[in-house]
Design a protein around this ligand. Sequence first.
Ligand code: PLP
Length: 635
Amino acid sequence: MSKQWSIEEAIQTYCIEKWAEGYFTVNEKGNMAVLPVEGDHTVNIDIDEVIKEIKSEGIQFPAVIRFHDILRSQIKKLNRTFRNVIEESKYEGRYFGVYPVKVNQMREVVEEIVDAGSNYDYGLEAGSKPEILSALAYNTNTNSLTILNGYKDKDFFRLGLLGSKLGRKVIFVIEKFSELRALLEVAKEMKIKPMIGIRAKISVRGIGKWADSGGDNAKFGLTIPEIIELVKELKDKEKLSIIKLIHFHIGSQVIDIKTISEAVSESARIYAKLRKMGVPIDYFDIGGGLAIDYDGSKSVSDSSKNYNLNEYVEDVVYGLKQVCDLEGVPHPNIVSESGRSITAHHSCVITNVIDSIEKKTKHFNTNKVTGEHILVSNIRALYNDLSADNFQVTYNEALQIKTDCMSAFRLGVIELEERAKIETIYWELLESIKEITNKISKVPSGLQNLNEELSSQYICNFSVFQSTADSWAINQLLPIVPISYLNERPTKNCSLVDITCDSDGKIDKFISMDGKSKTVPLHDIEGKEEYYIGIFLTGAYQDVMGDMHNLFGRLNEVHVFCDDDDPTDFYIEEVIQGNSSEQVLSTMQYNPDYMAMVMKKNIDRQIQRGKIQPREGVRLVDFYEECLKSYTYLK
Ligand code: PLP
């Protein structure tokens, strides 16, 4: 098989153009490259160059690389699209986006979003007290919104009202009826008029992983009778004017545009009817849900979506306008709480392959010896006689011999060495059959899984539970592509296993040209000093939902900005060290100083007993202390 391969073949094999949204490609050197500035392909960052710089700074892998310019591009794209559609449809309200902090709470991410959104009065959404604390400190633009969702207590209200006192546009979204009275009490105590939104429990449900966020069994929101009760109560108290916003959120990753249209249409009617009841709502908040096409299939598969940004925005703006015009009510300002679509593309995880697990043991001697068991001779004969005319029958017979071999071994009829030879020849035979089937157009159905059967497992230096939580928890597909060698044909079909001591710590679902695949084509690592793999689109949720399984903890992080004047088109602005062993141990209530002291005492005792030489003892103490201070992942 020729090693030479075209870059176009690589782009197609890994479906790069389908999921990249124009931000990723393969450059002429065969390396993954980033085009972080939307519409400007002169800025082109070679990820291999970034890796080299990371290494030269002594930073270990695995590492998260954040391309901050992608965040900026996404903010601009979303705001521009709303502005354009609003203008072309003669919609009379404005667009006020807010970024939901929970999707990626990293300070640098939030700061970048607030900064990039400042020209658009782009705000923040928070759903917990720590998130409000961050929203208050980072969203200081008094023209933008601060939307507060989630269940709330009195301190939550106090924090939000502190923002109102500072002149911020803080809107409390009422998720439960009981929240209203608590808010009014706190507002009276703080002598400030609050602004509230109502989250409506609409009947439309999404499809996909987050469908339960909508519909009758949704966790959040008020039913229509509850909304009417709330309006009556505020009217009686002459406080109707505090209702400023109507909100719905039918779940993240809404994969079907039809669901969005239906949700907008139902909520627009609720808005219009409330408006006609005299409720002075100014904002129509469509929540999150704008999906990412992780698998690039443009379909209603769970990891995809059947619409683009423009279609989404058009559906919202035109759908809302139509209902408002029919009902004769003003066009409200539109708010969206997109998180996934803003952050997913901006970060990737780079892991290095440290070894592979193969079915066949290379160089195992399978030569004939006198008196060997007939099963060994038979499978060797099958292998020697294999041809394009008999591969199917040879496969069937080889499979039978392998099964017979296992029974014979259990009965004590064949020796360990003979079993090893049969297994080795069996896998060699299957590889030869695969080479034959690769050349024919119609592969018999029984042999279509050969790639999978012969696949390797590449051991990668990362933790699935820390870095790709959704691939483990909800079978989320994420694009996985080697960083280099993309001008060489990949010769191995692989699944990835991580370094946790957990069999679940693996990725065995990948994007492929034919849809989903259990393996991804990768290059042979033999003879390569390093082989890096990128796990892309990890900027939304994955980055921040990771857990401490096996105490691996957070990854080293590198923040990359583009710089047109630099020959490499980038510079590393910041490095955030990942967790050291002593940090993760401390979070689990261990005391690393105490641990080091106990170890030193134990080593000293062995020195006194003469079991360890003093010089070696000092080295061992130093080594233990150094390991406490170092990165948790493999060197
Ligand atoms: N708003 C609310 C109320 C949410 O619960 C969520 C997440 O599910 C979001 C916004 C963000 O959604 P997405 O990441 O799909 O844009």
